[in-house]
Ligand binder design. Structure first.
Ligand SMILES: [Zn+2]
Ligand SMILES: [Zn+2]
Ligand SMILES: [Zn+2]
Length: 93
């Protein structure tokens, strides 16, 4: 099973990522949630899971999800050109 690198949880057994912010170029931004109007897929049904990372609608995508958008530039998070991007990950319990 795939574990998320920043929240350290199995992606299909939790609702979504436990890490809700991302640091970009010296500032902290709230991440864009699955099914959000700014998300790549704003038309998810209630309870539906993201096809890539498994996050439920209204929850945060997991690290490396290929349909999470960058809150700064609006491009794909994993391939955008923003600088100094990092997450405050959660230590394993
Ligand atoms: Zn996660
Ligand atoms: Zn996702
Ligand atoms: Zn960006």
């Amino acid at each position: 099973m795939a574990g998320c690198r920043i929240c350290k949880r199995e992606m299909l057994t939790v609702q979504g990522c436990a890490v809700g912010t991302v640091h970009i170029n010296g500032k902290v931004y709230p991440r864009i949630k699955a099914g959000d109007e700014r998300d790549f897929n704003p038309y998810m049904e209630d309870g539906e899971r993201c096809g890539d990372c498994g996050a439920v609608k209204g929850c945060f995508h997991h690290f490396g999800c290929d349909i999470e958008r960058c809150p700064v530039c609006g491009m794909q998070m994993i391939s955008c050109d923003c600088e100094d991007v990092y997450y405050e990950w959660i230590e394993e319990e």
